[in-house]
Structure formats: structure tokens, C-alpha cells
Design a protein. Structure first.
Length: 146
């Protein structure tokens, strides 16, 4: 299960600002809803999810985070097309001897704030009409900071 904790209006993990009364996670969920109306935006689904998840490592085991980070970096650096990214993801995650997602109950997870130059809030705040451009900027910012 995905979770975010807001403290004083900011995500305790990625630092995203609360907006329109929405938490970091709720803003992310809006991006997923926007995808349903726009096939071009949906084509970036891997990046939208990876961007968010890399900024919330408490949702992963240590091995799961490293696996996701490695796939993100390889896909970005090699400019892989979505079908190939999804194929590689299936290959990397099938029959692993470790868990990818964090089995620790949400309330007990350790969260450490890391300041990012761009978060889900920047994409949400720019709005649905600029989502494609914003998600591409977000992935570039994350790649630079990894």
C-alpha cells in the first residue's frame, strides 16, 4: 500500500507542499486519474509512478528501492520506449527472492525527509493541461538528483 505523511502542510518524505487540501499522495492520485482521459499522458505512466515512488522510499524494501532506481536510471539514460521498460520490469521483478514493497505496517515505517527540486506538487499545481510537460521535467530532475 502506498502512503504519505503530511506534517505542517508538507510531505514528511519528499517535501511536497499540500495543495487544495490534498496530501502528496492525493495529488499523485489526481495524476493517475488524468491519465484516463489522455492516451499521451498515459504513455508516461511508468515515469509518473516511478517519479513518485522514488521520492517515497518507505514504500519499498531496500532491495526493492534499488531495483526501481536501477530500472529508472537505465530507462532514462538509454531512452527506452515504454514497452521495453515494462518488459524489463517484468523480467526484473518476477521470481525474486526478496520482497519489493515494504511489508512494515504504514504507521510503523521509517520516513526520512529528502528535499527534491521537483515533486508531485509541481506537476499537480501546473495542472492537467501541462501534465505531460511537467512529468517529463520531473523525471529529468529526479535523474539529475539520483
Amino acid at each position: 500500500m502506498i502512503d504519505s505523511r503530511m506534517i505542517d502542510g508538507y510531505c514528511s518524505e519528499c517535501g511536497a507542499k499540500e495543495q487544495d487540501g490534498l496530501s502528496c499522495l492525493e495529488q499523485f492520485e489526481y495524476l493517475l486519474v488524468w491519465e484516463h482521459d489522455d492516451p499521451d499522458l498515459y504513455a508516461l505512466h511508468f515515469w509518473t509512478v516511478s517519479n513518485y515512488m522514488l521520492q517515497h522510499p518507505s514504500n519499498f524494501t531496500r532491495e526493492g528501492y534499488q531495483l526501481t532506481k536501477s530500472l529508472f536510471v537505465e530507462a532514462y539514460d538509454n531512452n527506452w520506449e515504454t514497452p521495453y521498460i515494462l518488459k524489463r520490469n517484468r523480467e526484473l521483478t518476477t521470481n525474486k527472492p526478496f520482497k519489493i514493497t515494504n511489508p512494515t505496517p504504514l504507521a510503523e515505517r521509517m520516513r526520512v525527509l529528502r528535499t527534491w527540486s521537483m515533486t508531485v506538487n509541481d506537476v499537480y499545481a501546473a495542472g492537467e493541461m501541462k501534465a505531460i510537460e511537467s512529468i517529463k521535467k520531473w523525471r529529468t530532475a529526479i535523474r539529475a538528483e539520483l
